[in-house]
Every structure is written in structure tokens, then in C-alpha cells.
Design a protein around this ligand. Structure first.
Ligand code: ZN
Length: 158
């Protein structure tokens, strides 16, 4: 692949080259994008391959950007941010705000509880789920849409 031809620091969208669709993973991503109503640009396909071909994952824009750099995907951090937001709006990802600033993006879009490992900047699923014995009544004129649970963990002091 010609690096110059695919390097696009402005973060704009360019067309998919036919060579990018030569493997099954790319075809799977292409189908996912078109099912979600997203035009399959090179950037979306490159990030989709990192996100959706390895089971359920929790990523931040920064961690996905580092993976894209390692995979020679030549994307800017801004493009990664924009693409994650587009995937989220299209229903392919769920955004989870674990702390005040940073968002995680979950490829499992179902509602499920998480552990957030403070200081390690990791979000992982709670195995086995979680049970509540008392749910509050919603405010008048409202219903509970979902219950997001993030359990913050920190290392024990030895
Ligand atoms: Zn999760």
C-alpha cells in the first residue's frame, strides 16, 4: 500500500481501495457499516477491523489510536474520536463514561455492569451480572430507560 496515498492527517474521508476488502474480516466490517447506514470509508473500515473482529472490547479513543498507529492505519486522533462518535450514533458502540473526562466505547451494546480499574484506566465486564433487591420508582411522567452500573476498583494496599 502506498503510504502517501492513504495518509490523511486532515481527518477527512476518502474512498475505500479495493485491496482493503480482500479478506473476510474486512468484508464483515463492510457489511456491519452498511447495515448501520454508514458509508464504508477507509477510516471507518480500518477502525472497524480493530474494534469488531476480536470479540467484545472496551476501548478509549487514545487506546484505539495507539492500535491504529501500530497497525499502520495512518489516522489522526481526531479522526478516531469522530469515528467512535459516528459508530456510537449508529448503534455499533455504547459510550460509557467511567470517570469525569474519559469515555470508553463498548462493542457490546447491551446494558451490562462494569468494573472500572482506577489508576489502570481499564474497563471490564462484571462476570455473572448483578442483582438489585430494590429499584426506585421513576419520577412522575418518566420510566427507567436503563440502569448503568460502574463499580470502581482500586488496588488493595499491601
Ligand atoms: Zn462491557
Amino acid at each position: 500500500m502506498d503510504i502517501q496515498a492513504t495518509n490523511n492527517p486532515a481527518g477527512g474521508e476518502d474512498a475505500v481501495e479495493p485491496g482493503l476488502l480482500s479478506d473476510d474480516g474486512a468484508k464483515h466490517c463492510l457489511q456491519m457499516l452498511s447495515d448501520a447506514g454508514l458509508r464504508p470509508t477507509r477510516q471507518r473500515l480500518a477502525l472497524g477491523k480493530l474494534l469488531f473482529l476480536r470479540g467484545h472490547r472496551h476501548v478509549t479513543a487514545e487506546s484505539l489510536y495507539a492500535e491504529a498507529v501500530a497497525a499502520n492505519a495512518y489516522l489522526s486522533l481526531a479522526t478516531v474520536y469522530n469515528t467512535l462518535n459516528q459508530f456510537t450514533e449508529a448503534g455499533l458502540l455504547r459510550r460509557i463514561a467511567a470517570d469525569g473526562i474519559k469515555s470508553f466505547f463498548d462493542t457490546d451494546t447491551s446494558v451490562h455492569p462494569h468494573f472500572y480499574l482506577e489508576g489502570e484506566d481499564l474497563l471490564v465486564d462484571v462476570a455473572g451480572g448483578l442483582a438489585f433487591s430494590k429499584m426506585p420508582v421513576a419520577l412522575p411522567g418518566h420510566e427507567i430507560a436503563r440502569l448503568d452500573v460502574i463499580i470502581h476498583l482500586r488496588r488493595k494496599r499491601m
